[in-house]
Design a protein around this ligand. Structure first.
Ligand SMILES: O=c1ccn([C@@H]2O[C@H](COP(=O)(O)O)[C@@H](O)[C@H]2O)c(=O)[nH]1
Length: 272
């Protein structure tokens, strides 16, 4: 999907909500465990109940990899289901990859070509030659970790290197890489106070913002400094939506939670 198509969807749905599909078999309703593919059954129900309020879905691959081959199959079925039934939805593989160039090329092929995701998250630590292989695909995006939502972000990301904080180095330097127009960045909702500075460096880039909901990030604070003229935000929430109920009406309750966030987003878009 192109960036312009994503922007069009945001305006059409009045939403920049990304729903995290972090499926934990210990948290889904117990009765689903007797299904042939409980992970996919859960995802399908959540997607069908929430898709009208969201523009993107982000399965974190860790939750699928933890289930071995069954998990990988459920992940592929989930992304296929989205593309076949809701082709307007943007898909993100939250895989946080990045390695030496020829290895990164394999990761890029896996997620962006073979599995068919619109985007994949990538760690910047190994630098230009580890990220550029992901940037080669037209209308596919690489979402680089810039300033993450966790406490450990302060261990390295905010430390100065050559007089500039590391997350700023990541933003500034990555903009010089080949096909950098295919970059987006991860900035945690819990780091909203940094967004003003971040927007000075990447005024036009899309930001994937996880951490609203279970991690305590606030949508209003993210929008205040993070929005740009094209909206420029995909705000992710997973646990607070998908595990809002563990009874038979779990999907309906997830839909209601997603709608609450969508309504807040509609209000933010009105003020743009
Ligand atoms: O900085 C980051 C980068 C990625 N994540 C991921 O986003 C979701 C958040 O889930 P919640 O349940 O809404 O907290 C999860 O997959 C994380 O691995 C992040 O939280 N922060």
């Amino acid at each position: 999907m192109s960036i312009q198509e994503l922007i069009n969807q945001i305006h059409k749905k009045k939403s920049f909500l990304c729903i995290g599909l972090d499926v934990d078999l210990e948290k889904i309703p117990a009765y689903l465990l007797s299904e042939e593919d409980p992970i996919f059954a859960f995802n399908k129900a959540i997607i069908d109940a929430t898709q009208q309020f969201a523009v993107a879905y982000k399965p974190n691959t860790a939750f699928y990899e933890a289930c071995g081959i069954k998990g990988w199959k459920a992940l592929q079925k989930t992304v296929d289901y989205l593309h076949d039934n809701y082709p307007e939805i943007y898909t993100i593989a939250d895989a946080k990859r990045g390695d030496i160039g020829n290895t990164s090329r394999m990761y890029a092929k896996t997620f962006l070509l073979d599995m068919g995701f619109d985007s994949v998250t990538v760690a910047p630590y190994m630098g230009k030659d580890s990220v550029e292989p992901f940037l080669e695909f037209q209308n596919r995006h690489t979402i680089l970790l810039a300033l993450t939502s966790n406490e450990g972000a302060f261990d390295f990301q905010t430390k100065k290197v050559d007089d500039l904080e590391l997350y700023k180095q990541v933003l500034t330097t990555s903009r010089t890489w080949k096909n950098s127009e295919n970059l987006m960045y991860v900035v945690g909702a819990t780091k909203a106070e940094y967004l003003q500075e971040i927007r000075k460096i990447v005024p036009n880039s899309f930001l994937l913002v996880p951490g609203v909901g279970a991690q305590g990030g606030k949508l209003e604070e993210v929008c205040k400094s993070g929005m740009n003229k094209d909206v420029g935000l995909l705000v992710n929430s997973a646990r607070k939506i998908i595990y809002a109920s563990d009874s038979s009406n779990f999907a309906e309750v997830a839909g209601a939670k997603a709608e609450v966030l969508q309504k807040q987003m509609e209000e933010e878009l009105r003020q743009l």
